[in-house]
Design a protein around this ligand. Structure first.
Ligand code: 5AD
Ligand code: SF4
Length: 445
């Protein structure tokens, strides 16, 4: 009988894609993937280190397995991804029930580590500093219409708060041909939308022997027969510029959405964060983008409570959010991440203040999102039908090109189709409307 594996993913889309690759490799070795941890003989956590909270959740999940592991020593428990890389062998001390550790660049070793962990005590692989360009065996995807495609691994930016360059290593771009081939094979399998993934997609191509830029890659993917939608994330504001905006304006399959993390509206804080732009640089880019790509949806990430953030810095962030008027924003409370540089600065904003600033910005964004969504009432939006609405069985859901969730009465017959929906009402997060054209692409009204 094949062994069953339960694999839980924490964190970002890169981790989701890594988990698909891990699942694919394990399936190829004869394991079965289960969504019930109680029936699994192998439990793996693909982890995130970006904030302490994410790590605490993993620790709690592993500790919960302690009594089960005592009763069933054959159970294999693995911690994979960023936490394994960040803590290394120390994790075996903190979490004695863990049998195997593999960093993000070592995920290809997971099947082998698992096999070895049965006979030996503890196994660990966190030695690779750079992600090899190789493709994982098996091609497991958790979605049906929309798929993630890695275009690069790692990051060279060293924003002072960020653990990513320390755990995912330096930037490595995959070859354009490999990416295009992967997207082609996804389209042949019925996928409609791809999201190109990288920590900083705008520096794609650095280090490749042929001179390729991210807009070149977008153009190549846009030319693939049968592709309906192209998304990408994440863009660093210092590198997102006119050639990208031009590509977004000209390439018909590239969605009108840009995730552009601002992090702070205060130049003092941006400098301490090592972001390499000022708020005015950022705003200039947003203005250009809005001129070149009308209807563009903008989303962002904000950190509140960075060391030395004073009321006036926070107010600058708040004003920036009002001025830019994002469609959505993720707001995070600062969390020191040694060895990231900012962990050397005293974390002097009290937790209570971080919480209050966090809540204030979330409430502000809710108002802004609602106002922006209201502005779409009466318009017709192209939506890729992705699944049933969570709220009502009689409704389906999808996202507009600008990445705004949208629900509408329809049946599963429309799954995977691009439809046009006339928007008639909205909440801060979700547009509601009726399908006015069920199939096929047409020019935007
Ligand atoms: N503390 C709080 N938020 C952080 N992020 C990254 N590192 C930290 C940290 N140390 C946020 C940033 C980033 C998003 C993915 O997570 O806003 O864009
Ligand atoms: Fe972290 Fe900055 Fe790299 Fe993004 S660009 S992964 S925030 S170091």
């Amino acid at each position: 009988m094949s062994k069953k594996v339960f694999l839980r993913t924490f964190g970002c889309q890169m981790n989701e894609r890594d988990s698909e690759m891990i699942a694919g490799m394990l399936k190829e070795k004869g394991y079965e993937i289960t969504d019930d941890p109680d029936e699994a003989q192998v439990i793996l956590f693909n982890t995130c280190s970006v904030r302490q909270h994410a790590e605490d959740r993993v620790m709690g999940n592993v500790r919960q397995l302690r009594s089960r592991k005592k009763k069933d020593p054959e159970l294999r428990i693995g911690v994979l991804g960023c936490m394994a890389q960040r803590h290394g062998e120390m994790l075996f001390k903190e979490l004695p029930e863990v049998d195997l550790l593999a960093g993000p660049s070592n995920i290809y070793d997971v099947p082998d580590l698992l096999a070895r962990s049965v006979s030996s005590e503890k196994v660990i692989a966190v030695d690779k500093k750079k992600r090899p360009g190789k493709k994982a065996a098996g091609d497991h995807r958790s979605g049906v219409f929309s798929a993630f495609v890695n275009i690069m691994y790692g990051c060279d930016n060293f924003c002072s708060y960020c653990i990513v360059p320390h755990v995912r290593g330096r930037e490595v771009s995959r070859k354009k041909k490999d990416i295009v081939d992967e997207v082609k094979s996804l389209i042949d399998r019925g996928f409609k939308e791809v999201t190109l993934l990288g920590q900083n997609v705008n520096s794609y191509g650095k280090g490749l022997s042929s001179r390729t830029t991210f807009p070149d890659l977008l153009e190549a993917v846009n030319g693939i027969r049968g592709i309906e939608r192209i998304r990408f994330t994440t863009s660093h504001p210092k590198d997102a510029a006119k050639p990208l905006f031009r590509a977004m304006a000209e390439l018909d399959k590239v969605c009108t959405h840009l995730h552009l993390p601002l992090q702070s509206g205060s130049d003092k804080i941006l400098d301490l964060m090592n972001r390499k732009y000022t708020y005015s640089d950022y705003l200039g880019k947003v203005e250009l983008l809005r001129k070149m790509v009308p209807g563009i949806g903008l989303s962002t990430d904000i950190i509140v409570g960075f060391p030395s953030e004073k009321v006036r810095d926070f107010e600058a962030t708040r004003r920036a959010m009002e001025e830019i008027s994002y469609n959505s924003a993720f707001v995070f409370k600062y969390s020191p991440r040694p060895p990231a540089m900012s962990s050397c600065i005293v974390d002097d904003v009290p937790e209570e203040v971080k919480k209050q600033r966090n809540n204030e910005l979330l409430a502000l964004q809710k108002k802004i999102s609602l106002a922006n969504n209201r502005g779409l009432i009466g318009t017709e939006q192209e939506v890729l039908v992705e699944g049933k609405s969570r709220m009502s069985g009689a409704e389906m859901m999808g996202r507009t090109s600008a990445n705004i969730p949208c629900v509408f009465p329809a049946t599963e017959a429309l799954l995977g189709e691009l439809v046009w929906v006339r928007i008639d009402s909205t909440t801060p997060n979700t547009l509601k409307g009726k399908v006015v054209q069920a199939k096929g692409r047409r020019l935007a009204p």
